[in-house]
Every structure is written in C-alpha cells, then in structure tokens.
Design a protein around this ligand. Structure first.
Ligand SMILES: [Fe+2]
Length: 222
C-alpha cells in the first residue's frame, strides 16, 4: 500500500512488520538531552553515545535519536553544503561524517541520482535516515518487506511486500534492526536534483545483515 498520499509526518518509524507509522514519542524522558543553541555536531555525537549507554530499548533509542537528528539538522546549516554530488558512473556518492574505533555509530551523507535503486536489504542495526535539502531535492521511495519464515533454514528467506512510503526532504525515518527495505531514488516534480540523505547507523550485527532476493527466496550477507 502506498501511503504517500497521506499527510506526511516529519518523523516515521518501521520495524519487522514493514508497517511505516508516524513515530511515537519515546517512553523515556528526553530531558537528559537538553536543547542547546547552537547544537554542535560534537555535542550530537556525545548525546548519541550517552543514549546508547543510558537507554537499552531499541525502540526508545530510535525515537530519541530521531529527535536529536531533527534538532541537529534544524541548526547545522553546514551539513547540506557538505553533501557530495553523486558520481555519474556510480549514481551515488558517500561522505563519511564521523567514524572512530569503538564509537558505536557511523554517520554518513549519501547523495543519489534519480532512478538509482537498492537491493532488498536490512541494516541489522538501528538506523536513522533523514532526507535533507529543499523542496526541489529528490525523494526516496521505500518499499518495506515483511519476512514470513522463522529464519531457521540457512540461506532462505520468504519475503512479502508490505507498505510503500515515499520520503521527502524533512522526513526522518527510524529503522529497527529487523526492518527490511528497498529504495528507489526519485526526483521532485520539475527537478532533476539528487536525493540527499543524512544517515546514522548503529553497530551492525554482521551475521544478520543481508541482501535478499524475494524472487528466489535467497539471501546473502553484506
Ligand atoms: Fe537501507
């Protein structure tokens, strides 16, 4: 079902079911992370590390992290100009914003040309994907999938398409570690600008990170 016609909520969340919902408020108090002005990137990085240390529930982690990403993007006007332009031969470009041995996140800017599609995959980590830029910048159509088997059979996964949702600049999506999606980059009407994304990935469980082929029910690590 394509929910793109529904009023768009800025914050969305998706998990194993493949149902994409407006993000609920976290059950834990976010006052541990006071608003700062300016909200510097170094502060954001420390807040994320504190979040992992103080909040154990993945759902709450995603909801709090999405609010922190929203705060950062509202203030950090240097981020959008830092986005790389997609390489014409690859159709995308990746700019790593932060990675440090032992630090529990990887933070990247990824830019995509319209028309680029990803395989069906999970992240095996909780993740935040924010679509950035103005109304002329590209969108990202997400197809979410629901895994129907119990995962016990090696190299086998039976997937059913679940919901579709097109993310636009201003949307922030939180993905639970077991969420499965495939994406297609789309241009905004009357524009050919790339899709620009700000991404936060938690520490992945690499043994459970897969690319799926729903046509053959095969999967492989990535
Ligand atoms: Fe993804």
């Amino acid at each position: 079902m394509d929910h793109s016609h529904m009023p768009s909520s800025a914050l969305l969340e998706v998990g194993k079911s493949g149902i994409c919902r407006p993000m609920q408020p976290p059950s834990q108090n976010i006052e541990h992370f006071p608003q700062r002005d300016p909200y510097r990137f170094c502060r954001f990085l420390c807040d994320l590390e504190d979040l992992v240390e103080t909040v154990s529930d993945d759902c709450d982690r995603i909801r709090i992290a999405a609010l922190l990403v929203q705060r950062l993007l509202a203030q950090a006007h240097w981020i959008m100009p830092s986005c790389p332009e997609p390489e014409p031969n690859k159709g995308l470009a990746i700019q790593r914003l932060y990675r440090e041995p032992g630090y529990p996140f990887t933070i990247k800017l990824v830019s995509w040309l319209p028309g680029i599609k990803s395989p069906v995959h999970n992240h095996a980590a909780w993740s935040i994907v924010a679509i950035i830029g103005d109304a002329t910048c590209g969108h990202e159509r997400n197809q979410f999938w629901h895994r129907q088997d119990d995962g016990r059979q090696p190299d086998y996964a039976q997937l059913q398409p679940a919901e579709q949702h097109t993310l636009k600049p201003g949307n922030i999506l939180g993905l639970m570690p077991d969420a499965i999606h495939s994406v297609e980059q789309l241009s905004a009407p009357h524009s050919q600008k790339p899709t620009y994304t700000f991404n936060v990935y938690g520490k992945a469980d690499l043994k459970r990170r897969y690319i799926f082929d729903p046509a053959t029910n095969r999967l492989k690590n990535h």
